[in-house]
Design a protein around this ligand. Structure first.
Ligand code: ADP
Length: 181
């Protein structure tokens, strides 16, 4: 398989346990904590994470801001805000792509070489998970083509179904681009 595809790992797991240089948080725009993966990251990182987040002034959808990882195994947390799904006609796909891309630009900026992502927007923000997986895989694959300094991107799924959507999207993209594996 082409090298950039082999840098993408799809797995089921709890992202708070990942020993990547940076993990990405699917936050809300206040950056002041929430449920889902955001709640889990804040619980695992400890209260200093919320203190640092409170000084960031929030984050618009599609953008990303970085903090330290505190008690997490990861050195950094890259907080991004995905789109709330409102039927697909309000630029949700582009905003989701921007969330992945801007998170990876933050990773490059801080020198993180291994980055773990949750399936952004597929929880309470209700983005259709199969389409979200396609956007996740195509955006990170494109970024890896442009930024060989990133060594590994882990797509950490919270269910077997989510993992299967990401694996299918990866197979289809690698196939379309003429690779054999
Ligand atoms: P959003 O508001 O962006 O939809 P959520 O946290 O509600 O964010 O959900 C995003 C994804 O993260 C969902 O697929 C959810 O199942 C998953 N998730 C929840 N907790 C964890 C965790 N500890 N590790 C990895 N993924 C998680």
């Amino acid at each position: 398989m082409e090298e950039r595809f082999s840098k993408i790992i799809v797995k089921v797991g709890d992202i708070t346990k990942e020993d990547a240089d940076a993990i990405v948080n699917a936050a809300n725009s206040s950056l002041l904590g929430g449920g889902g993966v955001d709640g889990a990251i804040h619980r695992a990182a400890g209260p200093d994470l919320l203190t640092e987040c409170a000084g960031l002034g929030g984050c618009p959808a599609g953008e990303a801001k970085t903090t330290k990882g505190y008690r997490l195994p990861a050195e950094y947390v890259i907080h991004t805000v995905g789109p709330i799904w409102r039927g697909g006609g309000r630029g949700e796909e582009k905003t989701l792509e921007n969330a992945y891309r801007n998170s990876l630009l933050e990773a490059v900026r801080v020198g993180a070489k291994t980055v773990a992502f949750p399936a952004i927007s597929t929880g309470v923000y209700r983005f259709p998970p199969q389409r979200a997986a396609e956007i996740a895989v195509s955006t990170v694959a494109e970024f890896l083509g442009e930024h060989p300094e990133i060594e590994q991107i882990r797509l950490v799924c919270f269910s077997q179904e989510s993992k299967e959507y990401h694996e299918a999207a990866l197979r289809s993209l690698a196939g379309r681009q003429g690779s054999v594996d």
